[in-house]
Design a protein around this ligand. Structure first.
Ligand code: CUA
Length: 316
């Protein structure tokens, strides 16, 4: 996980410092133990090759005793240093200033992420899925929940791990200082598609983030093209609306990802490329790409599928 060693914010930097210290101490201990073991093996060989082994002298025994005491004391010291560094890192992580923090509520599901941007003004709240956009330089408080089993939230370049537990809300706070795209793999085995439960994290300069958020607050526009209108009609009259929501239509279900701006996302179902071909294959048989996924298969006539894809393609 090279991302852990490329911190994009203060929290990850604290964790990376601790990681380097642990690596240095553990490498030193490993080399010292290997050398001591090598010496012991060589001495034992020499002793067995000598015909008449003499009994160990008292001064030799004393020397060995001193070495053992010194090694034990050094081990204790190194463990205390590690403990101290770990406590200090923990305290540093808790000291992140949280003025003007952005609050995002992330709920993990098998196997996708529901993401709600909270706001003091309820009409400014909005929702997306499988992506977490953040402004740089501003602290973020992420509230974490799970709907089914335990998952784990982890953006290696930005922050450490925190579990998402069904029935209990936890929080994690961090700040992204470097703009860029980060990967957040689910870090707790949560079933068949655990390895394909990834959150796309994108840190943008504050102005770009505000523009992104404003675009995502807006409901989906009603298309004027007849084919796109037909697709919209299929969506809200068929089984799609039983699980999904599109703001600005009558589809308002929450058991699947919100699709109001699905066309703007980098990925579908958190791992597939967001292309019409992949979307058609996903709608037709989700089990091919993600065995075990809750989304059922839909066999649509060609013309219906084209209309549905055309409509979903407008949801930018
Ligand atoms: Cu969700 Cu592993």
């Amino acid at each position: 996980m090279s991302e852990v060693l490329a911190p994009g914010g203060p929290q990850a930097a604290h964790i990376a410092q601790l990681w380097w210290l642990m690596l240095a101490i553990c490498a030193f201990v490993f080399i010292a133990v290997t050398l001591a073991l090598g010496c012991a093996v060589l001495r034992a060989r020499r002793a067995t090759s000598e015909t008449a082994p003499e009994s160990p002298s008292t001064s030799g025994e004393k020397r060995v005793g001193l070495w053992v005491k010194a090694a034990a004391a050094l081990s204790m010291l190194l463990l205390v240093i590690l403990l101290g560094a770990s406590v200090m890192t923990d305290r540093a992580l808790a000291r992140l200033p949280l003025d003007d923090a952005l609050v995002v509520h992330v709920t993990a599901n098998q196997w996708w992420w529901d993401v709600v941007y909270e706001d003091a003004q309820p009409d400014r709240e909005f929702r997306t899925a499988n992506e977490l956009y953040l402004p740089t330089g501003r602290p973020v408080i992420v509230k974490l929940d799970a709907r089914d089993v335990i998952h784990s939230f982890w953006i290696p370049s930005l922050t450490g791990k925190k579990d998402l537990l069904p029935g209990r809300t936890t929080t994690i706070q961090f700040r992204a200082d470097k703009a860029g795209e980060y990967r957040a793999p689910c870090a707790e085995f949560c079933g068949l598609q655990h390895a394909f439960m990834t959150l796309d994290v994108v840190a943008l300069a504050p102005a770009s983030f505000d523009a992104w958020a404003d675009a995502h607050r807006a409901p989906a526009a009603t298309p004027s093209d007849p084919m796109e209108l037909r697709g919209r009609e299929l969506f809200v009259s068929g089984s799609c609306m039983l699980c999904h929501a599109i703001l600005g239509t009558s589809a308002n279900a929450r058991s699947g990802p919100d699709l109001t701006h699905v066309a703007s996302r980098a990925h579908l179902a958190s791992v597939l490329p967001n292309t019409p071909v992949a979307l058609a294959a996903w709608i037709t048989d989700p089990q091919v790409a993600k065995p075990g996924a809750n989304m059922p298969a839909h066999f649509l006539a060609d013309a219906d599928m084209r209309a549905l894809l055309a409509y979903l393609g407008t949801l930018r």
